[in-house]
Design a protein around this ligand. Structure first.
Ligand code: AOF
Ligand code: ZN
Length: 371
């Protein structure tokens, strides 16, 4: 098989994996293409939790034709008994001769053992083909497995002069309908949608994902409120909607707790005083199998996350309007002594969404600690 052919089949496996972006949570989404004599004999992608992994789906489609085939897989095949049996066993039983995978699975139960198991059984194995494409599909899962913390994307809608609300608090709606539709697609593919108490009190948001009808199935994201003093009103809209809501707080059992629990919230106490320690609450979310968090919050929570170096990606929607210097900004941060102290970003992507701009950027430096 030529290198070009290898790339073509791996690109196809990556495209297949995209189908599972919003449905496999908390599992990674994986694509698999089986090729024999230059011809595709089976392909598949990860089913929702408890269902077959990509490899088993492709093997089922190929039947006997999998014997002697090459499997192109976007993530190292698993070798452990989880909710489903090991894919390594299924590949060996089917007589697959060669396995090309894009990247290692950092799950401690796999982490190289999937490939070594196959190699020891005589299968030709390769790793690393088109790894960056595979990484991008499962940024959240990879972050949770390798650093015990979800991937954090913070979405901010602002005017082109960087303002998120008027001094009065009014903020609905700065960006247009297309940007809001885009946001609902991001929410749908996230494991959790997180906001802070300031936003809950000001906007009474639903925090649910409501993508267009043609979006297809998705696992509803967990809704998370960061509310140090437990000020969430029991009548908050998000509590009245179907699905789980977790409120993180540092407040001890107070009389505010029972009405919130009666309204359906799960309350979790995390470390930190007087404010929830963002590292603790993200570690807790990883324990709850949250892969990626979509943050829609105001300057307080965004500032705290940024200051702790916990924002992995900013998704900024910038509307073509100007709100002026009286209006509110994006991040509450301590004053900087010099421009050299500012946080630098790398811009990954810029596009128009309706009348607005969408900028995706990653912090590449950290802010100097508060002096
Ligand atoms: C694969 N192919 O398509 C996926 C894999 O509980 P289970 O049995 O579904 O296993 C979950 C683990 O399987 C998950 O943490 C990750 O290590 C791996 N995901 N592996 O071979 C796939 N989705
Ligand atoms: Zn598997």
């Amino acid at each position: 098989m030529t290198r070009a052919a290898d790339r073509e089949f791996m690109a196809r496996a990556l495209r297949l994996a995209r189908n599972g972006l919003a449905t496999t949570d908390p599992n990674p989404t994986v694509g698999c293409v089986l090729v024999r004599d230059g011809e595709i004999v089976g392909e598949g992608f990860t089913a929702p939790v408890g269902g077959p992994h990509a490899e088993r789906a492709a093997l089922a489609a190929a039947g006997d034709r999998a014997r002697g085939a090459t499997a192109y897989v976007t993530l190292e095949p698993c070798c452990h008994q989880g909710r489903t049996g090991p894919c390594t066993s299924a590949l060996l039983e089917a007589g697959v001769a060669r396995v090309v995978c894009a990247m290692r699975d950092p799950n401690p139960l796999v982490n190289g053992v999937g490939l070594s198991t196959l190699a020891e059984a005589g299968v030709a194995v390769e790793q690393g083909l088109m790894a960056s494409g595979a990484r991008e599909l499962n940024e959240g899962y990879l972050a949770r497995m390798s650093r015990g913390r979800p991937w954090v994307r913070s979405k901010i809608a602002a005017s082109i002069d960087g303002r998120t609300a008027l001094a009065s608090g009014e903020s609905q709606w700065i960006t247009g309908a297309d940007a809001r539709r885009d946001v609902h697609r991001w929410r749908a593919r996230s494991s959790a949608v997180m906001s802070g108490i300031g936003t809950v009190l000001a906007d009474d948001p639903s925090l649910t994902a409501r993508p267009d009808d043609d979006y297809g199935e998705f696992v509803a994201p967990l809704r998370v409120i960061v509310d140090s003093a437990l000020r969430t009103p029991p009548a908050a809209r998000t509590l009245s909607l179907p699905g789980e809501v977790v409120i993180f707080t540092v407040a001890d059992a107070t009389d505010r707790r029972p009405p919130l629990e009666a309204a359906g919230a799960r309350i979790e106490r995390v470390g930190g005083e007087p404010r929830c320690d963002p590292e603790h609450l993200l570690a807790r979310l990883a324990e709850l199998e949250v892969n990626d968090v979509w943050v829609e919050a105001g300057p307080t929570l965004n500032g705290a996350l940024l200051e702790h170096g916990l924002i992995d990606e900013l998704v900024l929607y910038l509307a073509p309007r100007i709100l002026g210097d009286d209006a509110r900004g994006m991040f509450a941060l301590p004053p900087l002594a010099s421009l050299g102290d500012s946080l630098e970003l790398a811009i990954d992507d810029v596009r128009r969404v309706g009348a607005d701009l969408r900028v995706r950027a990653r912090p590449v430096t950290v802010l100097a600690p508060r002096g």
